[in-house]
Write a protein that binds this ligand. Structure first.
Ligand SMILES: [Zn+2]
Length: 418
């Protein structure tokens, strides 16, 4: 790939407190990795070709830490229900279609195209229980050039018969996929027990053993909904909390772990999450759509917990992470109705969660500091409006009012993917 130089108005968040703006600057990329940002290009690059994006913004590509590829067709459907009914009425029947690889290939291709179109560079993805179609998802994402962790879902109880796995088969097929797809630099396997209620203790323990054996990350759901928390208490009466169910199975930070939602957490759980470096994924659109609750992000961050953002499609109705950023800010403002002292998220903080914060799960991803992967989107706006705004205002306007039509180029590790 060698050397690439891009020029434009470069904006990123090296920390949650800092929105760094490099007006009309050059970003030098070596073999897909950022080498440096220069207002004036140093002598040694004097004759190198520069891709000049003019007045446009160059931003880090988005990181979606929680999304269900098989629910893509389901976006916007049945969202007048709450979690447990939505799963049984809408989601499980939709996911059963993925036993058919022909259906899966088309659905997953459309999903991957839309992910890229919306400016996502990296995603942590749930497939379904089906081995063959999950394999196709790995291959489609590899082909498209996006970065991802992909998990075959495991579940052996509390789901309809057509989605219930035999415990041993679930483990065997998961291991086969790990062996088959474990070697790719950008698209990698992740262990994906759906959530504690749909997994027996035996299955959870076996998944934990796979995580340890192959040193693989883990993703699941945690404390999204009050009814769900109560259900876990009934299903695992010997465990003090929901988080303990995962922890005792080796699925809670023993290897890098993502837990989606994390709304209803006890002090004990917050301690476990922090001490084990578990990353919580805030999915604001989904939490609104399924009336799950409001994650007290500010409070969790204040306790030293790491958190990123997820679209949670199809409970979320869009793959556009710019909208997750906006919704996270809006929900953090609504928190003020419950806690007058709650401080809402700033735009920089929420953008950080959707880029460098979530990106840390992938390594040096989500920023333009030296050594970071060049994952980027190029954003343009109507010059009649943009011309009247500061760069910071143009950035804010894109997040709030922009969409995929404003994104004119997308890069993952230096390669243009859209
Ligand atoms: Zn989910």
């Amino acid at each position: 790939m060698g050397q690439q130089i891009f020029k434009g108005n470069i904006i990123f968040t090296p920390s949650p407190e800092e929105l760094k703006i490099c007006a009309k600057s050059h970003i030098v990329v070596e073999d897909g990795t950022v080498e440096g940002i220069y207002e004036r290009l140093p002598e040694k690059y004097g004759h190198a070709p520069v891709k000049d994006y003019g007045e446009r913004l160059i931003l880090p590509g988005f990181v979606d830490l929680h999304v269900h590829a098989a629910q893509f067709y389901q976006c916007g459907l049945g969202l007048d229900r709450e979690l447990i009914d939505w799963l049984s009425d809408c989601t499980f029947p939709a996911e059963s279609r993925f036993s058919d690889p022909v259906y899966a290939r088309e659905a997953y291709s459309l999903f991957a195209d839309e992910l890229i179109r919306q400016g996502t560079a990296r995603a942590c993805i749930f497939a379904t229980i089906h081995k063959e179609s999950t394999g196709l998802l790995f291959e489609i994402l590899q082909e498209k050039g996006i970065g991802a962790f992909v998990g075959k879902v495991n579940m052996d109880r509390n789901c309809p018969g057509f989605l219930r796995e035999e415990t041993e088969v679930s483990i065997e097929e998961t291991e086969e996929l790990i062996i088959q797809y474990g070697g790719h630099p950008l698209v990698k396997p992740i262990l994906t027990p759906r959530f504690a209620p749909s997994c027996s203790g035996k299955l959870l323990a076996a998944i934990g053993e796979l995580a340890e054996k192959y040193n693989l990350p883990v993703q699941s759901h945690l404390a999204e909904n009050r009814r769900e928390v109560e259900w876990v208490r009934e299903l695992f009466p010997s465990r003090p909390t929901y988080s303990d169910v995962y922890f005792d199975s080796g699925l809670f930070g023993q290897t890098p772990t993502l837990m989606a939602h994390g709304i209803y957490l006890t002090d004990r759980e917050l301690g476990l999450i922090k001490d084990n470096g578990v990353v919580l994924v805030h999915c604001p659109e989904s939490n609104i759509n399924l009336a799950s609750g409001i994650m007290p992000v500010r409070k969790w961050l204040g306790r030293g917990i790491r958190a990123g953002l997820g679209s949670d499609v199809g409970a979320g109705h869009t793959l556009a992470m710019s909208k997750a950023v906006v919704r996270a800010i809006q929900l953090s403002k609504l928190m003020k109705f419950f806690d007058p002292w709650a401080k809402p998220l700033t735009i920089a903080e929420a953008f950080y969660m959707a880029t460098k914060g979530g990106g840390s799960f992938f390594g040096k991803v989500g920023s333009f500091e030296k050594g970071y992967s060049f994952d980027a989107i190029v954003v343009e706006d109507d010059p009649r409006i943009a011309g009247r705004l500061s760069l910071e205002e143009q950035f804010q306007r894109f997040l709030y009012t922009g969409d995929d039509r404003n994104i004119i180029a997308r890069f993952v590790r230096g390669r243009q993917v859209g």
